[in-house]
Design a protein around this ligand. Structure first.
Ligand SMILES: Cc1cc2nc3c(=O)[nH]c(=O)nc-3n(C[C@H](O)[C@H](O)[C@H](O)COP(=O)(O)OP(=O)(O)OC[C@H]3O[C@@H](n4cnc5c(N)ncnc54)[C@H](O)[C@@H]3O)c2cc1C
Ligand code: FES
Ligand code: FES
Length: 1312
């Protein structure tokens, strides 16, 4: 069988096809649109970020024409989950189709670039396509529509603010934040204490100018291909069948044909959105030989609202359901719509918009996921499922039996779900839905719930009650018995108390329940019940104020949503000195030089490079045990598979299987013993990616477990398992100081690790040149020189035969250095051995499993302090979880030590640090390099000191802060003038005292919601961003920036580059560029002085005529630094970056949810070379820091297997997490003699400022605890997730839940 499959790709020219038209005659049903676009059509603008619908990098626009209603619809969708067979008759618009530098760029592309919405640019095409699709449907969208449209797109670099700014320019009132209900805009000068008019010439508040933007003209957009319209109108409705090697795809277009197909293939899934079947096939290896995918069947795509009920077709997408519910709510009386409102509330946060556009209601109901948001609601709502098969119609209730797949209540294999009937709610009937997830939006719920009660006319006696929960069992669980026992009881506190106990008895979770967080889940079960109780009580009171007791005002906060509002931001920086030449770009907010190419998808990343002739693909086999002997490796089955060319093992690498990373040799491949899950065992090389991956799964490795298995820091301490050497920093006389202080406290804090989550996974392509053993390595790395060395060593070649090229990197944050080198070396070995190009691109799950991340830390402290808060003695111990090999762990603990005092002068200090050797993937560098952990330990200690002294934390921070000229613990001089200035400005800008009073007032009036406010200072030493290299060249050569073109780096052009990391990229590269420009200028001086009015073209010609070289290399060897660990003294850093941040949060004490209401950041950046870039770095790092301290959480099994291996399990901040209000201000420029144009490197420091959120939450939790009479010390570990917040806000519900005795069960996960 073969399918004839016309569909349209927009705006790209394909050889042999009419413009943009793709006719694919050999459709493989297993192929998804993303690889098809990227590999087959060579349209690489659409990116791979995760392959499971969770990141939005692959967003495209799908347009369809409905001949019945004669309407064209457009929706954004994730190409990674769209089977190409499902696209028959659809028009697919990719980033290439909407604009390019070769034709015309689209206003969305222009604005996202010019508003600085791109940094690495990898997420940008997906962002652009989401906005573009929104504008096709709503040319003047509201801000809510914009943030909703971007809810499924992740960006790891920008912090989202500039992307929102770009989007806002399409809104009706784009200059305004649209925030204030009273019509006053946040950008109002007085309200935000923005500078007075006379300052305006100096102070800038904008980073782009809207005036220069192309207008959005909807009439200029591509039209829907007329031939597809004609085809839809004219073509007879016939079932389409596509046959692949292993799978057959049947697409019936009529209901009869669908029933026929299902009768014939009862086991075949009915694929609608493929958002459930797709990930299952990809991640769990489920295979379906036949797939049935109905297309455009009207009977599945309808909505009917009658007098008593709403019937929704099973084929409607969740977006359509959302829209229909919105309409129904508008048109029916409130009392009839309570179920619809509850459903709508959940639909707003369910997944991202792309998934909601694809996923169907039927698919959602039938897949019966344990964390389904809609099923718990539908299950309490007396809903009915209308089923149909060839044998006839049937109705089954959507109840617990159906959800449990009980055979008597389930669909029969040949049946199709046609529609679901949802009754309107009745007058005395109330329905609510609740959910809590790790992140507020686009995250599966930890627990969700649907609840319904019916009282019968006028009373408060329960006549009907239904309660169901998701996330607490293998599928939705109903508390049927509890509900039955509560019938006949009045709706009062006594009933609530009984209800909680009954439900906790009925809905039980074993201590070892999958997903962990067992006590949190139990607490949510009763917290939601309490919320429902209050909600109903409040409505009853409203309906009958005389009979119902109602709520005390302060308890009403349990029902209110967390603070929400539209995003608003202000930025403040000082304009560049007017003495500069007009064309001089230094100090200007110049757009990223690749910004437009990022936005058009023309920027080429490693895997976007075209296939090389005879290219092979490499896939790694990784260890599945954390500490084990390898007994045997059987390659025979894998080698026998079609397409498999070779399997590289340690045997092949004999003699070159290890390379010295920093001080310790590291093995490339393992064959004797493995010391963590995810270590590389061997590498399969095959003709195609699919073949390599399939074969890798067939390599059989037999292990014998070894003892001990060390996963946690505590276990490492117990087994004395450390890397050498221990590091120590000592200043003053700690022991003596402890004798004179008023108080001593001891405490500890645990800080969880963090995944880099760069959007572009590890990628490399190695091409043997075929001559003189030369080899080209194209790789996404921060350290080309290292890659060159390790490849050369592995191939036993001189380094000059190995060329390492880096065009651009789709995010790295420290994660693309040493591990990348190991993988590149093995890939190069395979390429060299076979004389063929080899590509290796990690999937997201592999990447997260193999590469490690930020070190988890345990910090112990003993502080001696006076009554006024002065800390005179501090003794600390830092333990980091280094993982299985040393990697950069020693450097990380050293940097942690050298930066641990943050902004404070501790006159007597001792701090020791150890890197623990454990059986986890080795941890490595990640933005901030030890400082985010070390700084948090210190700040936690200070917070505790303040609590002990009964002082405000900000007072204790201030009293211990460095005073102007001072000395660090390693005896380097420091001038902290700008630190104090940042602190003061931050206190002023945030109106700290006023807002603190407002927070206290709020807290006294609200029992279940609390606010918190915290300010932290920052001192970040730099010494060891996309550099504004173009700006440096332009400035030095006095040439317009438009004349400058930057190319990727390569070891061919720069043979011995340093690593790009540690905040010094701009410094190192910028100073090297400056050096090269000055060399050139010196050579050209005689020519220029002969013809001073000439152009660069004239001078270049003259240089040619006079045989003067126009190529120059600049070099900057880095700053002089020294540090002696023997004496504890040195000058390890060149300068210090200062800053301060103040954050305000609101928490929900019943669920643990939090919202960042406002953040103010003040930074000292010296003289900013590019304020847009600097502000972008500050914001991006701040949001990453916020993720580190409040959201991002890695889960490991007790056997050391990482569970969190993709965006669906590991949550990085999304657009919903950014502060509602964000204000950033840069201190006025200050001169420093030795840095590039007096600028400062900012790449890393902002991460730490994210901990202002941690301490604001701490403050809020503290307020809750104090109100509940809990005055003891508050110990909170990082990240402060909803689980930790909820469990710290102890109350009668946390006391009510059953607790398992430690040791009586095997937990699902081990806290690392
Ligand atoms: C990234 C991501 C995020 C998500 N986030 C959330 C979230 O926050 N909350 C939440 O609740 N869910 C979430 N989901 C799950 C999502 O809601 C479901 O995957 C989706 O609703 C399934 O619909 P579908 O049309 O894609 O199903 P498909 O994958 O097409 O099909 C699923 C199953 O349903 C069966 N089926 C479909 N239609 C019929 C029919 N008419 N008759 C009989 N059988 C049928 C199929 O046989 C198949 O077994 C998320 C999913 C992804 C990928
Ligand atoms: S690659 Fe498709 S959503 Fe991530
Ligand atoms: S710019 Fe968004 S991921 Fe890098």
């Amino acid at each position: 069988m073969c399918g004839h499959w016309p569909w349209k790709h927009r705006g790209s020219w394909l050889p042999g096809a009419e413009d943009g038209k793709v006719i694919e005659k050999n459709v493989d049903p297993e192929t998804m649109l993303l690889p098809y676009l990227r590999k087959k059509l060579r349209l690489t603008g659409t990116k791979y970020g995760c392959g499971t619908g969770g990141c939005g990098a692959c967003t495209v626009m799908i347009s369809r024409y409905n001949p019945t209603i004669k309407r064209i619809s457009h929706h954004a969708a994730n190409a990674c989950l769209i089977p190409i067979c499902s696209l028959y008759g659809a028009a697919v618009t990719t980033i290439e189709g909407i604009g390019s530098t070769k034709t015309r760029i689209h206003p969305v592309q222009e604005r996202i670039a010019k508003c600085h919405g791109t940094q690495c640019g990898f997420c940008t095409p997906g962002m652009v396509m989401s906005i573009y699709t929104l504008l096709r449907n709503h040319p003047e969208p509201s801000l809510e529509q914009l943030t909703d449209a971007l809810g499924g797109n992740l960006c790891r670099c920008t912090g989202y603010r500039p992307i929102i700014d770009a989007c806002k320019t399409f809104c009706k009132t784009s200059g305004c934040c649209q925030s204030r209900e009273n019509g006053v805009c946040y950008l109002d000068q007085e309200i935000n204490e923005l500078p007075e008019l006379e300052e305006v010439n100096k102070i800038s508040l904008k980073l782009f100018s809207e005036e220069e933007f192309l207008p959005l003209d909807p009439t200029q957009e591509l039209i829907f291909p007329p031939e597809l319209m004609i085809m839809a109108e004219k073509q007879p409705q016939r079932t389409r069948i596509f046959g692949g090697d292993r799978m057959t795809w049947i697409s019936p277009t009529t209901l009869t044909a669908l029933l026929e197909a299902k009768f014939k293939y009862p086991q075949a899934p009915v694929v609608m959105g493929n958002t459930s079947v797709g990930p299952e096939m990809k991640l769990k290896g489920v295979f379906h030989p036949v797939i049935i995918s109905p297309d455009g069947i009207e009977e599945l795509n309808f909505a009917n609202c009658s007098h008593n009920e709403l019937t929704l077709g099973a084929g409607l997408s969740l977006t359509q359901v959302k829209y229909i519910l919105g309409e129904v709510i508008q048109n029916l009386p409130e009392e009839k719509t309570r179920m619809y409102r509850a459903l709508l509330k959940h639909l707003r946060t369910l997944a991202g918009s792309q998934i909601r556009n694809m996923a169907s209601l039927g698919g959602h109901i039938v897949s019966r996921h344990l964390d389904s948001d809609l099923n718990p609601l539908l299950a309490v709502g007396n809903c009915t499922l209308n089923l149909l098969s060839k044998k006839g119609k049937r109705q089954v209730p959507l109840n617990e039996e159906f959800l449990r797949r009980s055979p008597s209540a389930d669909l029969k294999p040949e049946e199709i779900l046609i529609s679901v009937k949802i009754p309107h709610s009745r007058k005395w009937e109330f329905v609510s839905g609740f959910r809590q997830a790790q992140r507020q939006q686009n995250a599966l719920a930890v627990v969700n719930s649907g609840m319904r009660v019916f009282f019968g006319e006028g009373g408060d006696i329960i006549r009907e009650l239904s309660i169901s929960y998701g996330g607490v069992g293998p599928t939705t669980v109903c508390a049927k018995n509890s509900c039955r026992k509560l019938i006949g009881r009045p709706w009062n506190e006594e009933m609530l108390d009984v209800a909680c106990r009954l439900v906790l008895d009925e809905v039980t979770l074993p201590g070892s329940a999958p997903g962990g967080r067992v006590e949190f889940k139990r607490t949510l079960i009763v917290s939601f019940l309490f919320k429902f109780y209050l909600e109903v009580l409040q409505i009853l009171k409203r309906m009958d104020p005389v009979r119902s007791p109602g709520l005390a005002d302060k308890y009403e906060s349990a029902l209110e949503d967390l603070h929400s509002g539209h995003h608003c931001s202000t930025l403040k920086y000082e304009n560049v000195d007017s003495k500069n030449l007009p064309q001089d770009p230094i100090g200007q907010p110049i757009m990223h030089l690749s910004g437009i190419k990022h936005a058009t998808g023309e920027a080429i990343y490693c895997d976007d490079m075209p296939t090389v002739d005879q290219e092979l693909f490499l896939s790694f086999v990784t260890s599945s045990r954390a500490h084990a002997k390898i007994v045997s490796i059987d390659l025979s089955e894998a080698l026998s598979l079609p397409g498999v060319v070779d399997i590289v093992t340690e045997e092949h690498l004999r003699g070159v299987n290890s390379f010295c990373i920093l001080s310790e040799p590291e093995k490339l491949l393992r064959t004797e013993e493995v010391s963590c899950v995810g270590q590389l065992v061997c590498a399969v090389i095959a003709e195609s990616e699919v073949q390599a991956k399939q074969a890798a799964k067939r390599v059989k490795v037999v292990y014998q477990d070894l003892q001990p298995l060390i996963l946690t820091i505590e276990e490492a301490i117990q087994h004395n398992s450390f890397f050498e050497p221990e590091r120590k920093l000592e200043y003053g006389n700690v022991d003596e100081a402890f004798k004179v202080v008023d108080h001593i406290l001891e405490g500890e804090i645990h800080i969880g690790g963090q995944e880099h989550f760069y959007m572009e996974t590890q990628s490399m392509l190695v091409v043997p040149k075929g001559e003189d053993q030369e080899i080209d390595v194209y790789v996404s790395t921060q350290f080309p020189k290292y890659i060159q060395d390790i490849v050369a060593s592995t191939l036993k070649l001189p380094a000059n035969k190995v060329m390492c090229h880096v065009k651009r990197v789709g995010g790295a944050f420290g994660g693309k250095t040493y591990k990348t080198g190991i993988m590149a070396a093995i890939t190069a070995f395979a390429a060299n051995k076979h004389g063929r190009a080899v590509r290796c691109i990690l999937e997201r799950g592999e990447d997260m499993l193999i590469t490690g991340g930020r070190h988890p830390y345990l910090g112990k402290y003993k502080a001696g302090f006076m009554n006024d808060g002065r800390i005179l003695a501090l003794d600390m111990q830092h333990y980091s979880n280094g993982g299985a090999s040393l990697d950069e762990s020693l450097l990380v603990i050293e940097m942690g030590l050298l930066k641990m005092e943050n902004a404070y002068k501790f006159p007597n200090l001792r701090c020791r640090a150890w890197a623990c050797r454990t059986n986890l993937p080795s941890n490595t560098a990640l933005r901030g390099f030890g400082f985010p952990q070390a700084g948090l330990i210190t700040e936690s200690c200070i917070t505790e000191v303040a609590a002990r002294c009964g002082l405000a934390p900000e007072k204790v921070r201030m009293i211990n802060m460095y005073k102007e000229i001072d000395q660090t613990p390693y005896k380097q001089e420091i001038n902290a003038k700008n630190l104090i200035q940042c602190w003061k400005e931050c206190m002023d800008m945030s109106s700290y005292s006023l807002r603190k009073a407002a927070v206290e007032k709020f807290n006294s009036e609200n029992y279940w919601k609390k606010k918190g406010l915290a300010v932290v200072p920052l001192k970040f030493p730099v010494g060891l961003g996309s550099v504004a290299a173009g700006q440096v060249v332009s400035h030095e050569l006095r040439m317009p920036i438009s004349n400058i073109h930057l190319r990727g780096t390569s070891t061919e052009t720069v043979p011995n580059t340093n690593i790009s990391g540690g905040s010094v990229v701009a410094d190192l590269n910028g100073l090297a560029v400056k050096d090269a420009c000055q060399t050139l200028l010196k050579r050209l001086e005689p020519i220029i002085s002969k013809n001073p009015q000439g152009t660069w073209k004239d001078w270049a010609q003259a240089a040619f005529d006079e045989s003067i070289s126009l190529s120059a290399t600049g070099y900057f060897r880095g700053y002089e630094s020294n540090m002696s660990w023997e004496t504890g003294e040195g000058h390890p850093f060149e300068y210090f970056v200062y800053g301060a941040a103040c954050s305000e949060v609101e928490i929900d004490c019943l669920t643990g949810a939090h919202k960042n209401i406002r953040t103010d950041v003040v930074m000292d950046v010296g003289c900013s070379i590019n304020p847009a870039l600097d502000i972008g770095q500050i914001e991006g790092a701040f949001i990453q820091g916020m993720g580190l301290y409040t959201i991002e959480e890695l889960h490991y099994s007790p056997q050391g297997v990482l569970y969190t291996r993709g965006p669906n399990q590991y949550k990085i901040p999304a657009i919903c997490d950014i502060p509602t209000e964000l204000h950033i201000s840069l201190l006025p420029p200050s001169q420093s003699s030795n840095t590039l144009y007096s600028s400062k490197g900012l790449g890393e420091s902002g991460i730490f400022l994210g901990c202002s959120m941690f301490f604001a939450i701490h403050d809020a939790v503290n307020a809750a605890r104090q109100e509940r009479g809990l005055f003891g010390p508050l110990k909170l570990n990082s990240p402060l997730t909803p689980e930790k917040i909820r469990m710290a806000c102890e109350d009668k519900f946390t006391k009510m839940i059953p607790k398992d005795k430690p040791g009586s069960y095997v937990p699902w996960n081990v806290p690392i």
